[in-house]
Design a protein around this ligand. Structure first.
Ligand SMILES: [Zn+2]
Length: 98
């Protein structure tokens, strides 16, 4: 079963407590593509329990869209980064998947 809450979907090992789009107030690294984003960027903040442990992470909106295109897959850390072809950006990946 896939849990879909807010704009970020997490696999069934996770319980979502909070998932929302926020404007970041300090630099954050995207959980999925590992890019760093500057203050003021809109990112998806997710907080919840993963295998019983509290976790919180930020994902860029491009990665959220990539993850939302797949209804079954689990999304471990670095998920989008690993899907990229050499030299491809997450935005190009998103276009390729559309
Ligand atoms: Zn990202």
């Amino acid at each position: 079963m896939v849990v879909r809450l807010g704009s970020l979907k997490i696999n069934n090992m996770a319980t979502t407590l909070s998932s929302k789009i926020v404007k970041i107030r300090k630099e954050h690294q995207c959980y999925s593509c590992y890019r760093k984003f500057p203050i003021g960027t809109q990112m998806n903040y997710w907080a919840g329990l993963y295998e019983g442990t509290f976790n919180a992470c930020y994902s860029c909106l491009t990665c959220v869209q990539v993850m939302n295109m797949d209804t079954e897959t689990e999304f471990p850390e670095g998920y989008v980064n690993e899907m990229l072809s050499k030299g491809e950006s997450p935005e190009q990946l998103l276009e390729r998947l559309k």
